[in-house]
Ligand binder design. Structure first.
Ligand code: DGL
Length: 274
């Protein structure tokens, strides 16, 4: 007799345009330590932020194909740009449960905001798609929403430019308008922005709460796995595998900034063949 496969023990697939999705993976490791995780970072075609919706959809499809080859049970789109532009598209194509970062971030913001004046920052792709606005409005039609693309934050985070005068100057320039809008909640709608919480908080002040969509997404992943009866029953720490489409060594080096520790082995993938 053939042994029955326990789908609960399969891995969670996580993908991003590159390294930023590690902020989401980090929260998943923290909240769901016993889950096996396969992470794919599309470093060879990074960044997704300035690209057209058609290209981001094509890339997302290939990223999913790669993860499916690893027999994953659930997919987390750990990239705000791909979640904004491609989640609906890949959800229609594949018959596997998936989650993006937008809805969890939007829910978290509404729960925490008391004035219902909410700000959103992200890449050009995310802000241009108005994905957060749509998700927020679908949950509450009376919100005041103010958005701003902050593309330079991505490079600053990757350079480890956290507490630098240049970062403070750029952050001030990007955020001054949002500050005047008297928002009480700001969604960090890009995988890299949790690294810049400190300078962002310094400019926005104590009255503005920052919503980390990485944290919210990890919580939503746990909820979804519980609801689908897919939570791994194992009591040991899960296996974590990492793959990229270019420069595994660079990924390993920068992973320290995003995960707080270095990754051992990183596999190289020819993503264009998927
Ligand atoms: N991961 C992307 C996001 O969250 C940021 C980097 C990029 O532009 O690809 O939107």
């Amino acid at each position: 007799m053939k042994a029955r496969i326990d789908h609960r023990t399969k891995a969670i697939g996580v993908f991003d345009s590159g390294i930023g999705g590690l902020t989401v993976a980090k929260e998943i490791f923290r909240l769901l330590p016993n889950e096996n995780v396969v992470y794919f970072g599309d470093t060879g075609r990074y960044p997704y932020g300035p690209r057209s919706p058609e290209i981001v959809r094509k890339f997302a499809r290939q990223d999913v194909n790669f993860l499916l080859e690893h027999g994953v049970k659930f997919i987390v789109v750990a990239c705000n740009t791909a979640s904004s532009l491609a989640l609906g598209y890949i959800q229609r194509i594949y018959n596997i449960p998936m989650l993006g970062v937008i809805e969890p971030g939007a829910k978290g913001a509404i729960e925490k905001s008391s004035t219902k004046r909410i700000g959103v920052i992200g890449t050009q792709g995310t802000i241009g798609s108005q994905a957060y606005e749509k998700a927020l409005r679908a949950l509450n039609g009376t919100l005041r929403i103010y958005s701003r693309a902050c593309p330079l934050f991505v490079a600053l985070a990757e350079e480890g430019y956290i507490d630098r005068p240049a970062t403070n100057l750029i952050a001030e320039d990007y955020l001054v308008d949002l500050k005047q809008k008297k928002i009480d909640t700001l969604i960090l709608g890009c995988t890299h922005y949790p690294l810049l919480k400190q300078p962002i908080a310094k400019i926005m002040g104590n009255s503005v709460q920052l919503i980390d969509s990485a944290e919210e997404t990890a919580k939503a992943t746990r909820q979804a796995l519980v609801a689908l009866n897919l939570l791994n029953p194992s009591i040991t720490v899960g296996k974590r595998e990492f793959f990229v489409s270019d420069s595994p060594e660079k990924f390993k080096r920068i992973s320290q900034l995003f995960l707080g520790k270095r990754i051992g082995k990183v596999g190289l993938v020819d993503i264009n063949s998927y």
